[in-house]
Design a binder for this molecule. Sequence first.
Ligand code: PEP
Ligand code: MN
Length: 343
Amino acid sequence: MLILMHPNATSEDVDRVADRVKELGYVPHKMPGAQRVAVAVTGNAGPVDPAAFTMLPGVVEALRISKPWKLASRETHPHDTQVSLPGPGGTPSRIGGGVFGIIAGPCAVESREQTVGCAKSVVAAGARFLRGGAYKPRTSPYSFQGLKLEGLKILAEARAATGLPVTTEVVDPAHVAEIAEYADILQIGTRNAQNFALLEAVAKAGKPVLLKRGMSSTIEEFLMAAEYIIKGGNYQVILCERGIRTFEPMTRNTVDLGSIPLIKRLSHLPIVVDPSHSTGDALSVPAVARAALAVGADGIMVDVHPDPARALCDGPQSLRPEQFADLMGTLRKMADVLGVTID
Ligand code: PEP
Ligand code: MN
């Protein structure tokens, strides 16, 4: 249920509504809007009687929320959520709310030289966020598993050198505190997209979360995973479409671009596309990145490596820095035509 307050409702009116929600054994979520405050209700097993609230001072309406992802839905939160962090040159790095955010960097942190060098080249080309895996969830236990703590320290050095806020993957609830010390955005990978203990743990870390779509997740399951994080108290969630598993083996995954306009309608959360992990093919990355902008996504997350042939992880899908710079030039021209901002 969503309880809409009058624009002139006082904070006492809002508190009274929240107290009433608690008295009934449910959980209130105060949601300040541009015009007025709304209070979303969760924790109810069945329908809630609107009359419990409509009689209270300052309440305009109590509406049933039809979607099970209550807090992630646009019904509860009509305006776009934007994630904004301090970025290069003291200007904010933003994703969502009309801003197409660019996240780029190596799939994995391999060395100081590789990651700091890559960060310098992507920031020069216009990236606003740095990506890089320190804990790598690999299909094979024999593949490079990441530099772990050493990798996190290198990412923090790369941030210091460029100003780029950093996103890196968390694979274990036990690592959340350590990773939150070094990273700006906590990333949940496709393999953990429905690891609910991990979702609950990152929700409490006080940092934005980049949530990848599970490779077998439906859109509803994807939004319900986001709901775990918001329910845990964290509205700063960036969704990421990274391709799903279908019958087609020739593309690494099947990138579901049609999900973007639908998710934008259903949810207020920003959604970015990962053209690298979805295609697995550097030659396809620029086209899918352009398509992401055209279809209304809020950004892209692109693998860039100074020497893809020698990459320890995902070289075949990694752009060289100059290819990334070319892509940025095209995206900026497209953004002008589409009326989208690229910071
Ligand atoms: C990644 O972005 O580093 C990654 C492992 O991606 P995914 O979880 O989408 O496979
Ligand atoms: Mn990868």
